[in-house]
Design a protein. Structure first.
Length: 589
């Protein structure tokens, strides 16, 4: 009895190490792939076969079909991807996840040759672990540390697998275990067991690994393994189904398509395979199955199901619509779906995209508002108001989302993007506020019938061009995180400040000479304040981008040193200032 207790403890320890290694390796792979995952998955054509290949590739990289499917649900819920595109990705993810089983099948290698001994887990895992710990502890490169983490995860995975296999050896002589495996030869029982096991641990790769570990006992037969593998494919749908709770209808349909693909695939396999078994004696079903054989069955089933159902993808979509019918009311799409937080690198890129949209809306609002000062149109004023309110909503959504992301483990590059967004979204929102201020000044001009002199119009035209220039360049730099463009923002901000001061001086002279009214001066002050502060916020955005990219958060010190000529880029700053100042010269008085 005591011996059994220690063997069970060893088994549970192996299982814990195996699951831990799989989790560490998968998350490290996700971080290394970074936001490219979203780029790969979201920017695709409507061809379902292309989605299949991409889904297969992404899942093979991050070693988790569940993570891929939950990402896809989030993309559909956010409007990044259509339901039709999602179908191919889902099918591809089922095939991509079989890579893990092939890696784990190394435990079944037998032979005395050097290369076979090298690739056995007992040799390969320690070797990879040594290389991994060297990269993780003794290198400064984030990329190398990430590779080291992946290797350490792989070592834990394989060591856990090896420990499980060895600790299960005693089960070979246990009558109850033999009877249990015999019960799984009943297709319904085996499928149910595989589905429940996978649903509990929420990973088909892990449950297949456990089955491969059990196969080392020599008691698991093909007849028991096949139904369990079929059930594992159904059980993996639970994660996506849970992820779709609270999502819009299309996102829920995506999870339904995932379930339908696996359920229909399993049903067809059972009908064909066991139906033929009524006429053909499948003698191999009583033979012990090996880890390698399990990989073949797992891959073969998913490839066969894809070959049959990929051409029928539109039928799966129709079935999903039949289960979750259309509604007359438009579906609400989440700007920032929290399901994407499960893959932080993807969530960071999505937040960056929304921040770029927010910046573009603020710039558009300002351009329309400036146009209103020349020709007032009520519809254009309403558009400015709507754009400004949208930037407010973006800021609220981003703020909450980014705070949640800040608690997660991110790569250095993603962490810098996150910090940049945290420090800049309020500046972008304020740009939208100042656009609204310009629009309100335009409304006052229209209502009070204020007329500007030709000289005043000329000066404002120059200032407005300079402001729109700095805003457009800021948005461009912000969207692509282009540091070369960001460097060019501060000289332009200084030019805007100089232009504002000169406009004020000229206005005072005209006021003194009786060429201008005090009433015009109030409106002018509102316009100048909005222009100057907009440029200030552009400067804040650019400086934060530059400082965060260098791992610093000293914006004021940076600006002071830049203007004082204490930085190596100060000479370029002075040269650019002179260039832009000449470019935006006022007409002679």
């Amino acid at each position: 009895m005591t011996a059994y207790i220690f063997k069970v403890i060893s088994l549970l320890g192996g299982l814990a190490l195996f699951l831990f290694g799989m989790d560490i390796m998968g998350k490290a792979l996700e971080r290394q792939a970074g936001g490219k995952l979203q780029t790969i998955l979201a920017k695709m054509s409507g061809k379902v076969w292309k989605g299949f290949l991409l889904g297969m590739a992404v899942t093979a990289v991050i070693q988790s079909s569940s993570a891929t499917t939950v990402m896809v649900v989030g993309f559909v819920n956010s409007g990044i991807m259509t339901l039709q595109q999602a179908v191919g990705v889902i099918m591809g993810s089922n095939v991509g996840t079989t890579v893990t089983a092939w890696i784990l099948s190394l435990s079944g290698l037998e032979g005395d040759s050097f290369f076979i001994q090298l690739f056995k887990p007992s040799t390969l895992a320690p070797l990879i672990g040594v290389i991994g710990i060297i990269l993780f502890m003794f290198t400064r490169s984030e990329k190398k540390k990430g590779i080291g983490t992946i290797m350490l995860g792989f070592m834990a995975l394989m060591t856990g697998m090896d420990l499980m296999s060895k600790s299960m050896a005693f089960l070979k002589t246990e009558e109850w275990f033999g009877n249990l495996m015999l019960s799984f030869t009943n297709p319904l029982v085996g499928i149910l067991f595989g589905a429940v096991l996978t649903a509990i641990i929420q990973s088909s790769s892990a449950s297949v690994g456990i089955l491969q570990g059990l196969s080392a006992t020599g008691v698991v037969t093909y007849g028991a393994a096949i139904p369990i593998i079929l059930g594992q494919n159904i059980g993996t749908c639970v994660t996506a189904m849970m992820g779709a709770i609270g999502a819009n209808r299309n996102a829920r349909r995506t999870a339904i398509v995932h379930l339908l693909f696996n359920v229909v695939g399993v049903a067809l396999f059972v009908i064909v395979f066991y139906g033929l078994g009524m006429f053909i004696d499948w003698a191999f079903l009583t033979q012990p199955v090996q880890a390698w054989d399990i990989s073949v069955i797992h891959t073969g089933f998913n490839l066969a199901a894809t070959a049959v159902l990929l051409p029928m993808n539109k039928l799966l979509v129709k079935m999903a619509y039949a289960i979750i019918p259309r509604e007359n009311t438009p579906q609400k799409q989440e700007l920032l779906d929290e399901r994407l937080l499960g893959t932080p690198a993807v969530a960071v890129q999505r937040a960056q995209e929304i921040a770029a949209v927010m910046a573009a809306d603020a710039a558009k609002a300002l351009r329309i508002a400036i146009g209103l000062t020349r020709k007032f149109e009520p519809a254009a004023l309403e558009e400015v108001i709507e754009l400004e309110e949208r930037t407010d909503r973006y800021e609220d959504a981003l703020g909450t989302y980014l705070v949640k992301l800040s608690d997660m483990h991110l790569s250095v590059a993603d962490n810098r993007i996150l910090n940049t967004l945290l420090y800049t979204i309020s500046d972008i929102e304020r740009m939208g506020d100042h656009a609204l201020a310009v629009a309100k000044a335009a409304l006052e001009i229209e209502e009070k019938k204020i007329n500007f002199s030709a000289q005043a119009k000329g000066e404002l035209a120059v200032l407005e061009r300079a402001v729109l220039d700095i805003v457009d360049r800021t948005v461009s730099a912000y969207t692509s995180f282009d540091m070369e463009q960001a460097i060019q923002i501060e000289p332009r901000e200084q030019v805007v400040d100089a232009l504002v001061r000169e406009v004020k001086s000229r206005h005072v002279r005209r006021l003194r000479d009786g060429l201008c009214t005090v009433e015009y001066g109030f409106v002018l002050e509102d316009l100048l304040t909005a222009c100057e502060r907009t440029a200030d916020h552009c400067s804040n955005v650019a400086v934060e981008m530059l400082q965060v990219s260098e791992g610093k958060l000293e914006a004021h010190e940076y600006l002071n040193a830049l203007k004082a000529g204490e930085l190596h880029e100060s000479a370029a700053f002075a040269e650019q200032f002179a260039k832009y100042r000449a470019q935006y010269a006022f007409p002679e008085e």
